[in-house]
Design a protein. Sequence first.
Length: 134
Amino acid sequence: LPYEEVLSRTEKQIKKMTSGAFARRIGTPILFRPFTIEEKEGIIEMAIKNKLLTCVDNLGLVPRDVSIQPGTGKGLLGSLSMVDHTLGASRIYETVEELVDQALPVDFESRYTLSKSEPVKVSTDTRNKLKINF
């Protein structure tokens, strides 16, 4: 539907559900367009990088580059549930943070330290499961 029609329907529904005075206080609703697939992939990659850098910081380690391999965002996007897709950026971000937690090896700190200054490489396997390599 065109933006104007969605806005009109939304305003009519607000007026039906609330008093006129309350509806006037609300003002014009703000409508957001859905994210594109590319934007969702970007959110996924940003969440991976930020989560890894937060883990490194929390352990007091020296941060270094995180290399997200091409296709990682796309692979993980395909593995997310429909609920994750429909609830927006914050839900996608939180889900990916959980996936990073699950993918981190138990000996993350020692492996990170031993790999010196090499970037942390993040990719997905053939089943779109997140892989973190040092």
